[in-house]
Design a protein around this ligand. Structure first.
Ligand code: T5A
Ligand code: NA
Length: 214
């Protein structure tokens, strides 16, 4: 596949759905096959904006709902050029959470006009994923997994609302083509196997159709 651009692959899902686990495994597998791969995650807590987000999530600080929404988005914009550069240089970028998280968690707060449509606006123009793997797990199952309940959004009723909004988002005409749902309730190995199959198919399509990064 010499000369082709890298892919932009995003993992989404509820807290504890296994995104980090699967991201790492995919990155490792692709690297073992000789592909250049960059692994990122949002929020990127290492930048000054990311530190503000971290303090908000851990409860050390408060932020007005619109403000934290825009900070999450700004935190992606900080990396937008780097993502694009990697992809153009032939490096695949695998990201743990992206714009979909940005929209659904904010919209789940049901603060006046902050609906999905409003929340989507600051995401407009960010590099668009070739593929979004949605790791689907019920909020009940997610709650059973280790460590649940320490950060701000890790409450089962909010997670249930987030899951509904992810479903709504997947039906949106601009998004639905790019999102593939994977049953995250299977074993780590089974999920890994399914993820790899989906990624290979997306890669094959990209190679045959030579799609531009959008
Ligand atoms: N947020 C984020 C916004 O509101 N707006 C935004 O724009 C963005 C980007 C932090 C919060 O920020 C919100 C969403 C979040 O509430 P985060 O740092 O990504 O986001 O935090 P989490 O998603 O909560 O990360 P987690 O690490 O909790 O969840 P993962 O990555 O989905 O799950 P993972 O892989 O760490 O696994 C969790 C546990 O389950 C086990 C693992 O071993 C681990 O113990 N596990 C499995 N167990 C059984 N079967 C499997 N198949 C398993 N896979 C993993
Ligand atoms: Na994670």
């Amino acid at each position: 596949m010499g000369g082709t651009r890298g892919m932009l692959i995003v993992f989404e899902g509820l807290d504890r759905s296994g995104k980090s686990t699967q991201c790492e495994k995919l990155v490792q597998t692709l690297r073992n096959e000789g592909e250049k791969v960059e692994h990122m995650q949002f929020p990127n807590r290492t930048t000054p904006i990311g530190q503000m987000i971290n303090e908000y999530l851990t409860g050390e600080s408060q932020q007005e709902d619109h403000v934290i929404h825009l900070l999450f988005s700004a935190n992606r914009w900080e990396s937008a050029q780097a993502i694009e550069n990697h992809i153009r240089a032939g490096t695949t970028v695998v990201i743990d959470r992206y714009s979909y998280s940005g929209c659904v968690y904010s919209a789940a707060k049901q603060n006046k006009a902050m609906d999905l449509e409003w929340c989507r606006q600051p995401e407009e123009g960010l590099p668009r994923p070739d593929l979004c793997l949605f790791l689907d797990l019920s909020s009940e199952e997610a709650a059973k997994r280790g460590g649940f309940g320490t950060e701000r959004y890790e409450k089962q009723d909010l997670q249930a609302r987030v899951r509904e909004l992810y479903t709504e988002m997947r039906q949106h005409e601009d998004e639905r083509e790019d999102i593939v749902v994977v049953n995250a309730g299977q074993s780590i190995e089974e999920v890994q196997c399914e993820v790899l199959k989906v990624v290979k198919e997306a890669r094959r399509q990209l190679d045959t159709q030579g799609l531009e990064l959008r």
